[in-house]
Design a protein around this ligand. Sequence first.
Ligand SMILES: CC(C)(COP(=O)(O)OP(=O)(O)OC[C@H]1O[C@@H](n2cnc3c(N)ncnc32)[C@H](O)[C@@H]1OP(=O)(O)O)[C@@H](O)C(=O)NCCC(=O)NCCS
Length: 241
Amino acid sequence: MSSLGTLMEHFKADIESVKQRDPAAKNTMEIIFTYSGLHAVAAYRISHYFYQKRMYLTARVISQLARHFTGIEIHPGAKIGKGLFIDHGMGVVIGETTEIGDNCLIYQGVTLGGTGKDRGKRHPTLGNNVMVGSGARVLGPFKVGNNVKIAANAVVLAAIPDNCTAVGVPARVVRCNGKPAEDLDQIHIPDPVAQELCKMDIRMSRLEKLLAEKNAADKPSETPECPPKKTRKKSAPKSEK
Ligand SMILES: CC(C)(COP(=O)(O)OP(=O)(O)OC[C@H]1O[C@@H](n2cnc3c(N)ncnc32)[C@H](O)[C@@H]1OP(=O)(O)O)[C@@H](O)C(=O)NCCC(=O)NCCS
């Protein structure tokens, strides 16, 4: 964002996104005055402007004020595309290195955060048209693809491909391109660990064979020839005197 024009353009797109996604939204005025998610996103866009100008304190003050009034904390350093709708919003936290594509929907209680193990880029990257259900946590610097749905209360710890639904703790993909995950071809995906184990198995079989051959060669025969028995010579009976 580099100018007031872009700021206004984003603001309009954010309002449009609310209209399209929330059946409860009646008109533009209601959206502008009563949607705290919209207020938080608008405040973010202003704070991000100052963040880009390296006016970090001003940026943080704006974002903390917005947090105070809306209950939604968006770090000014996050990169957010147009048309983000934060529905209800209370308890949403969006970390500094988070990236969010266009037209995403985030419900209350969502955390887009880090695990505490990474430095630098430590928050997730969301594609376009991603929906993150209420209470979900997306933790770590991985990518969530376009058109992904993350279920309410899921804890996502790894990347999710495009057009998939992830549920549970830790989250697993249950649906992709409209098909249940068990219908997906998971057999022909090469598994590097299984391949290594297979190679080791072959080598072990060869070694076992060699060992068996060597043992067979060294082994004395089953019925060894016994040395001839030493027979004592019977002493001749003493002649009677
Ligand atoms: C996940 C969700 C988006 C539905 O996506 P979908 O692609 O249509 O998936 P489905 O409804 O077909 O569900 C797929 C499977 O996930 C399960 N599932 C759905 N939501 C789940 C959740 N939150 N937690 C755990 N499992 C869930 C379903 O029971 C189903 O399991 P099954 O295949 O064993 O029957 C939806 O359930 C959801 O969680 N939406 C969040 C909405 C929200 O936060 N609303 C707040 C409004 S204030």
